[in-house]
Structure formats: C-alpha cells, structure tokens
Design a protein around this ligand. Structure first.
Ligand code: GLA
Length: 378
C-alpha cells in the first residue's frame, strides 16, 4: 500500500511527503454504551488507512483517494466544505483543529486503506485519526494530546458528517496498542490497557457484507431514545441509572424507549463482568456475555438484521464460545470468540451456510490487535 501511495504522490505532486497511518477497530463488548457514559472495550486492528502528506505552502488542501479514485481540493474556511463525502472527513478534521486554536495550512495528500468500508470496523474513524495525528505532527508540534485527537475525530462526525457518535471508534483508532484491548470509561475518560492474547482462543470477524452506513441509519434515533430516558430519570446519562430506577418510570416511557434503556443498563454491567472474567482467564463467561449482548442488540436495541442473526445462530450451533454483532449495527460484522481448534470448522460452516441462504459468501477477517495512529518511518 505504501508503494502505491508513494507512486501516485510522486505522479500527482512530485517528490515525497511524510507517511502516517491509523487503524480500524474491533470492540469485544460494550456496544452503544459510549454515548451513554458507560464502558467500552475496544482495540485497534491491523487494517489501516495510510496517507502521505506534505505541506504545500498555499491555503488549499489537495487530496487524492486511491480507493475511491477521486481527487478533491478545498480551502480551510468553514464555507469551503467539499462536496465529496469522503473529503468532508478530512475537511472536518482540519476545521476541528483550527476551532481548538491549532494551526492547519494547505497540504497535498494521497491516501489508501484496507479497512473494509461499511463493515463496522470504523474506516471513517481510521481516516479521521490518521489525518488528525498527521496534522498535529506537521503543523502543531504535537501539542494536542492523543485523547484530544480522538475528540477531533468525533466532532468531525458530529459537525461535518451527520453522525452523533460516541468516542469509542476514534479513541480506539488513536490510542490502540499492539496485543492490548482497552477498557475505557466514557464518563471519566479514564482507560486501562488489557493485554489480550489468549492461548486457546482467537477472534474472528464474519462480515455479512450487508451495507452499513451510520449516516443513513437510525443510529441517531437510538441516541435520542437514551437521552429522553436519561432526562426522565433526572440523570445526565444512562450510566447513572439502574434497572430499579428504570422500572419505576416504565409506565411513562414508550415501549421502545424502555427497551433501548434496558439494553444500555444491562450492557454497562456486562462490560465489567467481562473484565472480571478475563482477569480470571474465564473465556467461557466472556463468550456467554457476548451472546447476551447479541440478544439485547437484536431484540431490545433493534440494530441487528436477519443476516447477522443468522450468523450468530450458526456460531452458536457450531459451538463457538461467544458471538455477537459488532459496532453501530444495521449490517456489518459479527465478532466471534472461537477456540483455536474450532476456528477452521466454524469459518467453513459460516461461509457454506450463509452462501446457501443469501447467495453470497461472507468475508472472514482474523483479528490481529495492533497499534493505533502513528507516523511511519522509512
Ligand atoms: C458506532 C459509533 C460508536 C459506538 C458504536 C456502538 O461505531 O461510532 O461511537 O456508539 O457505534 O457501540
């Protein structure tokens, strides 16, 4: 990927720039909890967005996307927003840095990636984090802390891409560390690295290839439901609510809002239970919690779809330890905690049965937990 980018950069702009990359992410457990002030448990993966970038001495950004095969050029003022949706991520990052008192000047860039698009692996967070990290290095002497870079990506989603997302994806993409998952408390923003390298188990993603686009999905509606219930309970976020409090106001909530909040409150506890189980090396409990999360995401939060429920079923029937839909939902992948000796059989089974039913094969990704945002030296 680096060679392709370098070749195109040379052809388009001449010479060389600096290389940066940031990663897609997985999340072991803790879904739709981030914007509710709860816990998440993600890690960065070995699929990245990589960019070659060089200041160009003008006030214009000139950028080429290798995978989309499109070029965009835009200024750095609020009214200069580009029309291509992929370029708005980069424009948004520039604007959010400027709004925070940072500096961004014109630059030339070429980027490419191998984070599958629309699979729930946060290709957009990888793109934002890659540019946030690079522009912090190139124009700001790295004055923004890593966590601030994640917030720059998140605000880009809110203000330029129409997704009222939480902080998980950008946080994982920026702060990820090889061989480690991270437990993030989304209220205090404290986080802890958890080495994750189980001897007998592996994580496998099965991508249904059902398209996943949060901007067009009811993601923001889920968030509004949670906020309505929090308001009713007189708490800032559902992190501060428990089941008793929720049951006490049940009659005054719509059935839908009740189910959404119930899931979030249960999911908050599941993340903590999984951390305890991991500390004891108890992967059976980790897996059980993953199945519970799937059930909740499917029945109460209603962000699954037929194909993902089917993949979850296949996992269960094949004896996979844990399986659930991952990420925002409405398509994308399941994440599966699989005994190593079962991995091949499960993958064969998932491909065969899914293909039989839906007429196309799911894609399989073995998870390698890797570093997040970084500069790539020669
Ligand atoms: C998307 C969002 C995240 C998070 C997940 C669900 O990936 O970008 O902030 O809310 O959905 O856990």
């Amino acid at each position: 990927m680096k060679d392709t980018i370098a070749k195109i950069f040379e052809e388009r702009f001449g010479g060389k720039g600096d290389f940066y990359a940031s990663a897609g992410r997985i999340n072991l457990i803790g879904e739709h909890t981030d914007y509710n002030g709860g816990f998440v448990f993600p890690g960065a993966i070995d699929k990245v967005i990589m960019a070659e970038i060089r200041p160009n001495g003008t006030d214009k950004v000139r950028v080429f996307s290798v995978d989309i095969d499109e070029y965009a050029e835009f200024g750095l003022k609020e009214e200069d927003a580009p029309s291509q949706s992929w370029a708005r991520y980069i424009f948004g990052v520039c604007r959010e840095i400027i709004k925070r008192g940072g500096e961004v000047k014109g630059f030339d860039a070429v980027f490419a990636g191998n984070v599958p698009l629309g699979a729930g692996l946060s290709s957009s967070a990888a793109l934002e984090s890659c540019f946030a990290f690079a522009l912090n290095d190139l124009f700001n002497d790295n004055k923004f802390e890593k966590f601030e870079l994640a917030k720059i990506g998140q605000s880009t989603e809110h203000n330029y891409c129409g997704v009222k997302c939480g902080i998980m994806d950008q946080f994982a993409s920026v702060c990820g560390r090889k061989g480690n998952l991270m437990r993030l408390d989304c209220r205090s923003l404290d986080y802890e690295y958890y080495p994750f390298n189980p001897e007998d188990y592996t994580l496998v993603l099965v991508d249904s290839r059902v398209k996943h686009e949060l901007a067009d999905s009811p993601y923001n509606k889920r968030r509004e439901s949670c906020e309505r219930v929090a308001q009713k309970l007189g708490v800032e976020t559902l992190r501060d609510a428990d089941m008793d409090a929720l049951l006490a106001v049940k009659e005054s909530l719509s059935e839908e809002d009740f189910k959404r909040a119930k899931f979030v409150i249960e999911e908050k506890q599941r993340v903590l239970d999984v951390c305890d189980a991991l500390n004891q090396g108890d992967y059976e409990t980790v897996g059980k919690k993953m199945y519970e999360t799937h059930e909740g995401l499917s029945k109460d939060y209603e962000v699954s779809c037929e194909e993902l429920d089917f993949l979850n079923e296949v996992a269960k029937e094949t004896g996979v330890t844990g399986s659930r839909i991952m990420g925002g939902g409405f398509g994308g992948c399941t994440i599966n905690l699989v005994r190593k000796d079962l991995r091949d059989r499960f993958v064969d089974e998932a491909i065969r049965r899914f293909n039989e039913k839906y007429g196309h094969e799911p894609k399989i990704y073995d998870v390698v937990i890797s570093d997040g945002a970084r500069k790539i030296d020669d």
